[in-house]
Design a protein around this ligand. Sequence first.
Ligand SMILES: [Zn+2]
Length: 127
Amino acid sequence: MDDQYTAVELAAELDHVASMSPEMTGPLAMLDEEALGWTMRYPQFNAPHQAFAQARAQHWPRTRTEDTWLQVTTTARALATALRELGDVQLQRCTEQTAWGPCERVLPEQGPCRGANQHAPSPEGTQ
Ligand SMILES: [Zn+2]
């Protein structure tokens, strides 16, 4: 799960969608999920990510047409363009421990981790 794409690398994957087979819905799901992580830190990706997610939702074996595929590739490219503007940055994830392992939630640009209440207390009250 921990692919650690930079914004530019994820953009390249999204651009690559246009040269994939329309039958290949697996990579679309992965890209959708990856992009969702970026919207948690960078709200400016909400709109292009939602457009891509919606296009993907229309593009199922029984409902897909050339038109739904066109929507998928168009919205993937728009999302790629937005990500590329961010540049060569990685998505920052929380490194705190919880009771069941590393937290790894995407950190917001400002403020504490959304899962802070699930972090394990640090030993002896130190940070
Ligand atoms: Zn956390």
